[in-house]
Design a protein around this ligand. Structure first.
Ligand code: SF4
Length: 306
């Protein structure tokens, strides 16, 4: 199915299934707590459409290593440029904020820091360690950059035994050169494979967006590659243009298409799939982790969320 004609009509108006209401009071409350600690969340920086729902639960994905990225993906609203030196207090500030907010599942992600010798791996490890000390009962999930594909850096993170190691491939291989300069699908797949190889216990997770100009065949090929890389869980969501500075949406896919991709992913052998127009890699990640844990002992399962 070609969504281009559809997208040209729908770009005038956001489809109903992508609209969200906001509890502004709860949203402001959590934002104030985060500002008090001088912290950033990817929920705000990337203008996530689920921010109101997540902040009200409460749940948040902390953005480590500053808020300036050394890469320039054309779909991403995070600031690009030359980052500031690392804040050595960041790991303990994140752990304290997670405790104060009352999180029972903490998700950590970061900008890409190609400028750092360790690409930021020790920042992830320190934050995991601090959270483990302050919130011993909390589950911990990381969504990492590609660490230049280096095994030693991935080991640094996995030594802290996160429950989930996520790394998003974001899109199909053909689009990397034009919209994801500096990244490589092969390197990302290799990182996921390394994670599977280093730890049999960690849940390996990846995700990508549709609506960037990919074809059905490319989606299927990507799912097969993610299966071969050893992914336990794949998320599929609709790309939404965060601001006019990012590339436009090529197509708004209807919810039933996500159900079809869930089934397709399941048929390739991927054990757990979360697919839906508003699905993002950290969306309902606590519940997803619990369901994955339960499903890993059961037959293959898939889940489609709107
Ligand atoms: S590497 Fe990640 S944070 Fe940086 S521009 Fe790309 S998607 Fe955004």
């Amino acid at each position: 199915m070609d969504g281009r004609g559809c997208s040209e009509r729908l770009l005038m108006r956001l489809p109903d299934w992508l609209k969200r209401s906001k509890d502004l009071k709860a949203l402001r409350g959590l934002k104030l707590k985060l500002r008090h600690g001088g912290l950033s969340t990817v929920c705000e920086e990337a203008r996530c459409p689920n921010i109101a729902e997540c902040f009200c639960r409460p749940t948040a994905t902390f953005l480590l290593l500053g808020d300036v990225c050394t890469r320039s993906c054309r779909f991403c609203a995070v600031h690009k440029g030359t980052p500031s030196p690392l804040d050595v207090e960041e790991p303990s500030l994140v752990a304290k904020a997670a405790r104060d907010i009352g999180l029972t599942h903490v998700v950590l992600t970061s900008v890409t820091r190609d400028d750092l010798p360790d690409k930021g791996a020790r920042g992830f490890a320190s934050a995991l360690s601090e959270i483990g000390k302050l919130l011993p009962g909390a589950t911990r999930e990381v969504l990492t950059p590609d660490f230049a594909g280096r095994r030693d850096l991935l080991e640094t993170v996995l030594e802290e035994r996160p429950d989930v190691l996520g790394h998003n491939v974001e899109t199909v291989e053909r689009l990397y050169e034009s919209i994801r300069p500096g990244a490589s699908l092969k390197r990302s797949l290799s990182l996921l494979r390394l994670a599977r190889d280093i730890s049999r216990d960690v849940i390996v997770k990846s995700g990508f967006m549709v609506g960037l100009g990919e074809s059905e065949k490319e989606i299927k090929d990507l799912l097969l590659e993610l299966r071969d890389a050893g992914c336990d869980c794949v998320t599929i969501g609709q790309y939404l243009q965060p601001t006019r500075a990012q590339i436009p949406v090529s197509a708004y896919w209807e919810p039933r298409r996500f159900e079809a991709w869930s089934e397709l992913a399941k048929s390739t052998g991927i054990r757990y799939v979360v697919a839906g127009p508003l699905v993002r890699s950290s969306y309902h990640s606590k519940e997803v982790l619990e369901e994955i844990r339960a499903s890993l002992d059961a037959p293959t399962s898939a889940c489609t969320k709107e």
